[in-house]
Design a protein around this ligand. Structure first.
Ligand code: GAL
Length: 429
């Protein structure tokens, strides 16, 4: 084989690799090809706030029932949540009847969901929303209701027949890691076979980690998003532990994220009881940086204007939904501060500075501009806007300068950096 053909062949091979990298994203693995979750999914999920409350006798307004979801659906539209991007209204565990029906199909608890799930789906769709539901790869759900082991095709078909748009698939009561993996793969394929577009939200890596290091290349091919770490609770300690887990494992998880497949750090607990205003700002800012699915779990009937304003903040949601689809990461940690950054489209960057100290007052932190965005974010200069806790135009910063900012204890300052060259090219148009 002469050199020329070797050179041209090499040239072609290189061109093909570049194309592959562009087409299939940095991880080089194709996502679940159902065309869904091109940006992180947004919606409302009942678990953290309402858990498995099935006592409708004594608590008719907060038990897991058709009534709860009809009320949330109304508010998602009337109070601007849908317009802000929160489109999926999701049922978690504890919706089922204790037994399958005579044909082996899952069925909703007839007292709490007297008209069934199809009826609820029709109502939700009439509001321009989408309906999510929950099941489990094992013999039982985590709360002990019928599991889908051995029923993957029946359950997928049932969900499609009901008009379900998202399935949260849990991993309790699996006999082995193999059972776990097979269950997640089989349900993914079963959903595809229904021909209905159903977002597939997995917990596969969460259950695998104690036994094997999850293969995110494989998980990404079967799931649209996946939980890695423990359940979130309505507390600062819980939010911190999820941030620590993510930053400690960012080498493995960050490359796996991209259009069609996302790491899921669990629900937003903003609007509940456990987080201070500053800690709520930290969760919203970091969930945006982490390109996390945004599933609120709160009571939309009773939510403070501050929490609503934060959850509907268009600038922060724009970072979460950025079309470049890159997950951010922790850049540095020092003196009880953490700096996280996320590359955005149009050479822009998002930067979050977190003051982890939960003693004393607000503290100052100075960021050398050249250290951001791999030295590219502000080269030669950039326009910096503070988005949280309050929106403030901070102005143009040259590459050689530093930015000094003040952050409340357990609070976060979220910044957006627009490259000066991009701004100049836009204004010369
Ligand atoms: C857990 C899951 C929670 C919730 C719960 C329901 O395993 O991580 O998000 O779904 O089960 O029982």
């Amino acid at each position: 084989m002469n050199l020329m053909s070797r050179v041209t062949r090499l040239g072609c091979a290189l061109a093909f690799c570049c194309l592959a990298l562009v087409l299939w994203g940095v991880p080089g693995t194709r996502a679940l090809n159902n065309g869904l979750a091109m940006t992180p999914t947004m919606g409302w999920l009942h678990w953290e706030r309402f858990m498995c409350n099935v006592n409708c006798q004594e608590e008719p307004d907060s038990c897991i029932s058709e009534k709860l979801f009809l009320q949330m659906a109304d508010l998602m539209v009337s109070d601007g949540w849908k317009d802000a991007g929160y489109q999926y209204l999701c049922i978690d565990d504890c919706w089922m009847a204790p037994q399958r029906d005579s044909k082996g199909r899952l069925q909703a608890d007839s007292n709490r969901f007297p008209n069934g799930i199809r009826h609820l789906a029709d109502f939700v769709h009439s509001k321009g929303l989408k309906l999510g539901i929950y099941a489990d790869a094992g013999n039982k759900t985590c709360a002990g209701y019928p599991g889908s082991y051995g029923y993957y095709d029946i359950d997928a078909k049932t969900f499609a027949d009901w008009g379900v748009d998202l399935l949260k698939f849990d991993g309790c009561y699996c006999d082995s890691v193999k059972h776990l993996a097979d269950g997640y793969k089989q349900m993914s394929l079963a959903l595809n076979r229904t021909g209905r577009s159903i977002v597939y939200s997995c917990e596969w890596p969460l259950y695998a980690w104690p036994f094997v290091k999850p293969n995110y290349t494989e998980i990404r091919q079967y799931c649209n998003h996946w939980r890695n770490s423990a359940d979130i609770y309505d507390s600062w300690q819980s939010v911190r532990s999820i941030l620590d887990w993510t930053s400690s494992n960012q080498e493995s998880v960050v490359p796996a994220a991209g259009p069609g497949g996302w790491n899921d750090p669990d629900m937003l607990v903003i609007g509940n009881f456990g987080l201070s205003q500053d800690q709520q700002v930290t969760q919203m800012a970091l969930w945006a940086i982490m390109a996390a699915p945004l599933f609120m779990s709160n009571d939309l009937r009773h939510i403070s204007p501050e929490a609503k304003g934060l959850l509907q903040n268009k600038d922060v949601i724009a970072i979460n939904q950025d079309p470049l689809g890159k997950q951010g990461y922790r850049l540095r940690k020092n003196d009880n501060f953490e700096v996280w950054e996320r590359p955005l489209s149009n050479l822009a960057w998002a930067v979050a500075v977190v003051n982890l100290q939960d003693i004393g007052g607000p503290r100052y932190y100075t960021i050398p501009i050249a250290s951001l965005g791999k030295g590219l974010a502000c080269n030669p200069a950039c326009l910096i806007t503070q988005l949280l806790p309050v929106k403030t135009k901070l102005g143009f910063y040259e590459w050689t300068k530093s930015l000094k900012t003040q952050i409340n204890p357990t609070g976060t300052v979220l910044l957006r950096l627009e490259s000066a060259s991009k701004i100049a090219s836009k204004s010369s148009l």
